[in-house]
Design a protein around this ligand. Structure first.
Ligand SMILES: NC(=O)c1ccc[n+]([C@@H]2O[C@H](COP(=O)([O-])OP(=O)(O)OC[C@H]3O[C@@H](n4cnc5c(N)ncnc54)[C@H](OP(=O)(O)O)[C@@H]3O)[C@@H](O)[C@H]2O)c1
Length: 342
């Protein structure tokens, strides 16, 4: 199958580093690169701990991270915690490596482009050496929002998220699986040892993602507000966000309620959503759903309907595989739109 990112013969020649290759986004990135025909010999994988990744018919060695090894590459994807990326990204750029960082460390730096290619891919024309990849929930909400912004102008947006366990990386996925396994063997599915979550996630909903500040806002909610404004180039946009962790393995969902500046025409909007790159319009009144969207490249948008606040009000529900469009795939789409020069 053709990859959902542009990968030319020149891209195939790039020496690529994946830092944090043992994690959920790192593994996904490596799998997508191999599926696009990138030779394993042109991939350098590093993480905190050395191991061997088994990806389908291929195996990839992961080395204990060393800047010197990664500095020999043309392009590095940082699939690392934000504290690691914050230090590592500038060090690698200074050594001539182009960097795409998947963490939140540099996203709000005004000098660093934060890119969802379908929305603000024009920023890549300047061939930046350091690019930030967006928050997973922001990326998924943004694809339909950008269409609505273009047609009618957004006035205010309320985003409510239902986020999968794997959004907290491999430890989140392991915790949910351990709790479900315990339930399956007759236990109570209590909070797993080493869980990154505040409480047991199995049979539960945890109504805040990441730490909550003195005003009651979670870190994830702040990211959604700031990133929507930056990527849509609408610093004035009113955005409210509320985030929750749900017992789903992969795929984040968002319920979005909004007001536009101009009147919405639903048939026109349906046509535009159907035609938009990276989006699938779902007509099933009970969809889209994370279980069916897992592993898919596009974001699915459904339940598109007029709101109760007049002809400028609208609601929709969108689901995207946050390890793909919210992370690895978006990063590869960025790379695919850059000149593949070392
Ligand atoms: N999960 C998602 O859905 C998602 C979506 C968008 C963005 N992100 C962001 O992407 C980044 C990676 O997330 P993830 O979910 O893949 O996390 P993860 O599963 O916890 O993986 C993190 C990776 O970073 C490696 N690492 C940690 N410290 C390191 C260091 N000092 N040097 C080199 N490697 C180091 C770990 O190595 P070991 O395994 O050897 O410890 C592991 O491979 C995070 O910043 C996250 O916020 C995640």
């Amino acid at each position: 199958m053709k990859p959902a990112f542009r990968w030319t013969p020149a891209h195939l020649q790039l020496r690529i580093a994946v830092v944090g290759a043992n994690g959920v986004t790192g593994v996904e990135l490596c799998s997508l690169l191999l599926a696009a025909g990138h030779a394993p010999e042109r991939l350098v994988c590093t993480a905190r701990t050395a191991r061997t990744l088994a990806l389908g018919a291929s195996t990839l060695p992961v080395q204990a991270h060393s800047d010197d090894v990664v500095a020999q590459c043309d392009l590095a994807f940082l699939c690392t915690p934000s504290g690691v990326s914050r230090e590592l990204a500038p060090r690698l750029v200074a050594r001539g490596v182009r960097v795409i960082d998947l963490s939140s460390a540099l996203r709000m730096d005004p000098q660093i482009p934060l890119v969802v290619p379908e929305v603000n891919g024009d920023l890549l024309a300047a061939q930046p050496r350091l690019i930030a990849n967006p928050n997973c929930t922001s990326a998924i909400a943004l694809l339909p929002l950008a269409v609505i912004e273009r047609l009618y102008g957004l006035a205010e947006v309320i985003v409510v998220s239902y986020q999968a366990a794997s959004g907290a990386g491999a430890p989140g996925l392991q915790a949910l699986r351990a709790e479900l396994a315990d339930l399956g063997s007759g236990g109570r599915g209590e909070r797993a040892a080493d869980s990154p979550f505040a409480a047991a996630l199995a049979l539960n909903v945890i109504p805040a993602i990441a730490a909550v500040d003195a005003h009651g806002h979670s870190g994830e909610e702040q990211k959604i507000v700031e990133e929507l404004r930056k990527i849509l180039r609408r610093p004035d946009l009113i955005v409210e966000a509320s985030t929750a962790r749900v017992p789903v393995e992969r795929c984040h969902s968002v319920a979005v309620h909004l007001l536009t500046q101009r009147e919405v025409h639903l048939p026109e909007l349906y046509a535009a959503l159907e035609a938009a790159e990276g989006l699938v319009l779902v007509r099933d009144p009970h969809g889209p759903r994370p279980r069916e969207c897992a592993g898919a490249d596009p974001v699915s948008v459904g339940r598109v309907r007029a709101g109760n606040r007049g002809p400028r009000s609208l609601s929709f529900f969108a689901v995207g595989d946050q390890i793909r469009k919210g992370a690895a795939l978006n990063a590869l789409q960025i790379a695919g739109r850059l000149e593949p020069a070392p």
